[in-house]
Design a protein around this ligand. Structure first.
Ligand SMILES: [Zn+2]
Length: 480
């Protein structure tokens, strides 16, 4: 039986349309999912939408529509973006749906009863963050991130006894049973846990929640705190029921359980979530990959700055392959990166048009002229460093090994000058050279699939075994 891998994106709030930062996470997660499949894993790739947040309730109020109507409409923008970017998810979970609600409630029921208690609570809340801040963190009563006034909340809520899990979490992370990539994010979390863990609120009153969310089992006056229910999506999607074969295969006995997330929600995924799972007797994730944030031309993405880039418009302009390439190759996987259309075009022309595109074109042109039929495919091991880079989610480095190979092949063409072999009628030498080129192009075609699935197919189709090569459209026409 093949080893299994569960892999997920975070589920975005759907209070607005997706921006290029969402596309970044979708494409990174997709590249890893495709890589895992390519290397023989049986993969379950999950994404979805976080619909139970107060943000959605407020956004709907502002528009004068129901929260469900807002979620239905906006979720479509997110779900509709996935095929445009060639994202190969196996499932899409919506947290306002029954499958999810049932799973979140089941997780609550399975939680060690000692870990849930009720207490009266006062706190400062930011709806933008869906999180509480202490007086110390918010000196002027404003959210340190959003700079908007915090709301003072006074309620009786359920709490989760996170404080009990400090040692267990340290052990899990220090031993790398829960691997956090990159190391800087692992260190941040270790320091946070060593600083002492406080219990956290896992519910709110139905009234404050705007009568929206997942009901707490046995207490119809309370709904779950949005983060408690949102995190549950990962296992709810696998059908959290006794004897569920999907849950069994991909979570309980799964070989890898991977979450890909942005840096702002690391704590939720590497502290709260594993503790919630341990309390319920369920296995923790094995890997959490934390990416940085995107800026646009050096500025934070923000509606008020009017610099939100719609990933759809980029796909329409340049095609999904070019967008995927820039996100994976042109931006650091783990540091903050900048999305600039000037750099996008530069990288497109240099790497896609002039390097790989030109290489394929040259081999195709010479091959067509010689009516060459490629030999059967042989094993095509990846270039040195490719697997190591993928194992660390260093997408740019992994792609870099393929583009280094393409550069070498272009240089080989310059050195051998196959057009002169053609002129001199050295047919056998020319055929041998074309076979060598095509074998290397097949290495690229095979391992480029996680990054550029359409290009991978195009390259395979160009050089089919036993079929004379013909000249088609260029892979990547130059941008002017
Ligand atoms: Zn905030």
């Amino acid at each position: 039986m093949s080893p299994t891998a569960f892999i997920s994106t975070a589920i975005p709030y759907v209070n607005a349309r997706p921006h290029i930062g969402h596309a970044f996470e979708f494409v990174q997660t997709d590249a890893m999912a495709r890589y895992l499949r390519l290397t023989g894993r049986d993969v379950f790739f999950l994404t979805g939408s976080d619909e139970n947040s107060l943000k959605n309730v407020r956004a709907a109020q502002d528009e004068g529509i129901s929260t469900q109507a807002l979620c239905d409409r906006n979720t479509e923008y997110f779900e509709g973006l996935l095929p445009l970017l060639d994202v190969s998810n196996d499932a899409f979970i919506r947290t306002s749906r029954d499958l999810h609600k049932r799973g979140a409630q089941e997780l609550w029921r399975r939680t060690d009863p000692q870990d849930i208690y009720k207490k009266h609570y006062t706190g400062l809340y930011c709806v933008g963050c869906e999180d509480f801040y202490s007086e110390k963190e918010a000196a002027d009563g404003k959210c340190p991130d959003h700079l908007t006034p915090l709301e003072r909340i006074e309620e009786e809520n359920y709490f989760f006894r996170l404080s009990r899990y400090q040692d267990k979490l340290l052990d899990l992370i220090e031993s790398n049973q829960l691997r956090i990539v990159p190391a800087t994010k692992r260190n941040e979390i270790l320091a946070f846990i060593r600083g002492g863990l406080l219990d956290f609120s896992i519910s709110r009153s139905r009234r404050r929640a705007g009568d929206w969310g997942v009901e707490v089992p046995g207490d119809p006056d309370q709904v779950m705190y949005v983060w408690y229910d949102a995190l549950a999506n990962y296992i709810a999607a696998l059908d959290l029921r006794e004897g569920s074969p999907t849950l069994e295969k991909f979570w309980l006995r799964g070989d890898e359980r991977i979450h890909c997330i942005g840096k702002g929600i690391n704590r939720f995924h590497t502290v709260y979530w594993p503790a919630m799972l341990l309390s319920a007797g369920l296995p923790a994730p094995t890997t959490v990959f934390v990416h940085g944030y995107l800026t646009i031309n050096g500025q934070k993405i923000s509606k008020s700055l009017g610099n939100v880039i719609d990933p759809r418009s980029q796909v329409e302009l340049y095609g999904s392959e070019a967008v995927r390439y820039f996100l994976l190759r042109g931006i650091s996987a783990t540091e903050d990166g900048d999305y600039s259309e000037a750099r996008f075009r530069e990288l497109y022309n240099a790497d896609l048009a002039n390097n790989l595109g030109n290489l394929a074109r040259r081999v195709e042109t010479i091959g067509a002229k010689a009516a060459h039929s490629p030999k059967p495919e042989a094993d095509a091991p990846a270039p040195a460093g490719y697997h190591e880079a993928m194992a660390d989610f260093r997408f740019s480095d992994a792609a870099g090994t393929l583009w280094a190979l393409a550069t070498d092949l272009n240089q080989r063409i310059e050195a051998v000058k196959p057009w002169e072999l053609q002129k001199q009628n050295k047919a056998a030498e020319l055929a041998a050279f074309l076979d060598e080129m095509i074998a290397s192009l097949r290495v690229i075609a095979h391992w480029v699939e996680p990054f550029l699935p359409k290009t991978a197919k195009r390259l395979r189709d160009m050089f089919q075994p036993g079929t004379p090569i013909t000249r088609g459209d260029p892979l990547f026409p130059r941008l002017v």
